[in-house]
Structures are given as structure tokens and as C-alpha cells.
Design a protein around this ligand. Structure first.
Ligand SMILES: Cc1ncc(COP(=O)(O)O)c(C=O)c1O
Length: 363
């Protein structure tokens, strides 16, 4: 068992007492906690609508559903991401078109996006991977010129900024996950959809709750993708800490960078001048990655690989869409990437221990 974990959970006394209050109240869904979490999220992001849902995947499903894809329509997605960025596309009989990643930011390669646009492209889904924003301006330009929608996948980028604006607010729709390892969580699964578009804002609120506007009247097609009161309360409290946690995450990234920059065989993360990354994971590239992981395992320090199999090579993608064209950068980096523990709750003692082991291994 690793005694320094990749991620540390945060649940304080305020959260515990709020959860108990909700349990006692018997009021578990569609209550004041959801409303206040959504309002706080809108304020934090400076966005008109925030809609709590049951997961990041549910948020993506609902976002894609609004675009009325026709069979054969294409959605441009990165391959270097979690599969949920792409898999909901298949439910609408549309086709994910995979693009390579930028070797510096790990986000989608804009030149590859331009090459892969066709008359069938209906949507582009940039992922702000590891907390570093994708380069949004060229994507927004393409979207306006060609009438293509943009869904920002911000599941790893709560509070990240692109040119001074919070990610999620730049495209047509932004989506977030509160999965337990994320930069802010809800004590289980949860997600949020955000948009400045009033039409999307209104209909998405209705679709996550059976398409109804009143209790027994269902005027729209919907499903049950609600976020419950306990999770909304945990999210609302955790959101208060997010700015402070982002500072701590950035300080830990600086700490790791300072140690690792002296080793030429290690590639450390790069922050673009237009970005303020709210780092979700700290990912480096190293040639002997598997040995590095094994060494840290022996020292009871967790490491992770986000992600070992690119989405365009996942069996279900090949089964549905056939073997996909090669993506050289993605296929190269997945052999070299490894992530070190990153949590605002990491102690100085733990960080010093990781530092010692990095130096012991590399020097
Ligand atoms: C980039 C990305 N997209 C989508 C998701 C899906 O979110 P969830 O696990 O909340 O469904 C995740 C997280 O797991 C993710 O990291």
C-alpha cells in the first residue's frame, strides 16, 4: 500500500455536519444545496448558467445531445484524454475524429484540428488536460468561421484560465467532473454543465430531470442526470477552498519543477504565456518510465499514467469505427509519461520524501 497517495481526499467538519443535516432533513434531491452550489459555481466562473448533473460523462452526453448530430457527423476530439470525452459521441451515431496532441501542453494540436475539419464536422471538444488550457482562440475562430460547436471538457481544469478567463466559459458549453480524484470533489460522482447561452442553459436544466418543467408535465425529452443534495453541499463547501488549493497545487508544481529541471532526461510541464494552469496532475516524461514507477512503488510512493492507452487505440473505438490513423506524438508520449502525487493536502514532510527519492533515482 502506498503511503504517499497520488491524491488525498478532503472532507472537513463543516462538510460532515452539513451531510448529517441533509440526511436528517429527508430532503435529498432538488433542494437548496443544488441551487446554492450552482449559483456559487456561476459566480466563480463568471458564467450565466451552471447546471449540476450526476457526472462529467452525463454532462458531455447532455451537451452533445443539444447539437442534433446526424448519422455520420463528426466530432473532433483529442486522443490523449479519458475515453469519456469521445464515447458519448457514439450514442448519437456521430463519429469521433481523433487529433494528435501538442507536445508541450498535451492538449489538442491545433494544426491537426485544421487538417481534420470536413464538411461533416459539427463539434470540436478541446480537453484542458492536466489542468493546462487548450489554445482556445484558434478553435473559436474556426468555430465562428465554419459554424462548428465547441464543448470544453474541463474535467481536469477547475479554475484554469485562458488569457485571464476561466475555462468552460469560452466555448458553447463547458463541462466539469467532480469524480473523487478531481481538483474539487463531491464525495462520489458529480458534474456540472456551464454555458453563457440562455437557450442551452434553460433546456439543459430541464433535460437532466426527465425533461419536465413542473412535477407531472414532461414537455421535453429528458433523463435522470440529477446531482443530489449531499453531493451538491460537499461541492459548495469545497468550491470555497478551490482558489487556495490552486495556489497550493501551483506551488507544488514549482517545487517539483525546481528539482527536476536539473535532469536533462526528464521533460517537465510547460505553462504557456497565455495560460494559468490549475494543475490537476503533475506529469513528466522520462525514457525509462517503467523503471521509475517501479522504484517509487518500492518506496511506497504512488505514481500514475494518465493515460496508458490512447483513445483512438481503445478496442471499442476500433470495433465501432475501424483502425484509426496513427497519431505520432500521442503514441510516443504514452510510453514516457508518468504523474507524481499532487494534492494541496500533501505535507512538507511528504514532499521532502518525494524530493529525496527523485534525487536518489535520477542522480
Ligand atoms: C478529461 C475527462 N473527461 C471526462 C471525464 C468524465 O468524468 P466523470 O468521471 O465524472 O464521468 C473525466 C474524468 O473522469 C476526464 O478526466
Amino acid at each position: 500500500m502506498d503511503d504517499i497517495k497520488l491524491v488525498k481526499m478532503f472532507m472537513d467538519d463543516e462538510i460532515k455536519s452539513e451531510v448529517l443535516k441533509i440526511l436528517d432533513s429527508g430532503y435529498y434531491i432538488k433542494g437548496p444545496n443544488l441551487k446554492s452550489f450552482e449559483t456559487a459555481f456561476e459566480k466563480y466562473l463568471d458564467v450565466k448558467h451552471a447546471i449540476g448533473v450526476s457526472s462529467g460523462t452525463a454532462a458531455l452526453f447532455l451537451a452533445y445531445n443539444e447539437f442534433n448530430f446526424q448519422p455520420g457527423d463528426e466530432v473532433i476530439v483529442p486522443s490523449h484524454t479519458f475515453i469519456a470525452t469521445a464515447s458519448p459521441v457514439a450514442f448519437f451515431k456521430a463519429k469521433p475524429v481523433f487529433v494528435d496532441c501538442d507536445p508541450e501542453t498535451y492538449c489538442m494540436d491545433i494544426e491537426d484540428v485544421k487538417e481534420k475539419i470536413t464538411s461533416k464536422t459539427k463539434c470540436i471538444t478541446p480537453v484542458h488536460l492536466y489542468g493546462h488550457p487548450a489554445d482556445m482562440d484558434p478553435l473559436i475562430e474556426i468555430s465562428q468561421e465554419k459554424n462548428i460547436k465547441i464543448v470544453e471538457d474541463c474535467c481536469q481544469a477547475h479554475g484554469s484560465e485562458y488569457k485571464g478567463k476561466k475555462v468552460g466559459t469560452l466555448g458553447d458549453i463547458g463541462i466539469f467532473s467532480f469524480f473523487p480524484s478531481k481538483s474539487m470533489t463531491v464525495g462520489g460522482d458529480g458534474g456540472m454543465i456551464v454555458t453563457n447561452n440562455d437557450d442551452y442553459g434553460e433546456i439543459l436544466k430541464v433535460r437532466r430531470d426527465h425533461g419536465r418543467t413542473t412535477k407531472y408535465k414532461n414537455e421535453n425529452l429528458g433523463l435522470n442526470f440529477r446531482l443530489n443534495e449531499i453531493q451538491a453541499a460537499i461541492g459548495r463547501i469545497q468550491l470555497k477552498y478551490l482558489p487556495e488549493w490552486i495556489k497550493k497545487r501551483r506551488a507544488i508544481v514549482d517545487f517539483y519543477n525546481e528539482i527536476l529541471k536539473q535532469y536533462p532526461n526528464v521533460k517537465i510541464p510547460i505553462e504557456k504565456e497565455w495560460a494559468k494552469a490549475a494543475y490537476y496532475v503533475y506529469t513528466i516524461q522520462i525514457e525509462d518510465r517503467d523503471k521509475f514507477i517501479e522504484y517509487f512503488k518500492q518506496k511506497n510512493i504512488a505514481t500514475g499514467i494518465y493515460y496508458p492507452i490512447p483513445v483512438h487505440k481503445q478496442p471499442i473505438i476500433e470495433k465501432l469505427y475501424g483502425k484509426q490513423p496513427k497519431l505520432p506524438i500521442t503514441e510516443d508520449i504514452v510510453e514516457k509519461i508518468v504523474s507524481l502525487p499532487l494534492s494541496p493536502q500533501l505535507t512538507d514532510i511528504e514532499l521532502e520524501r518525494i524530493k529525496t527519492e527523485i534525487n536518489n533515482y535520477l542522480s
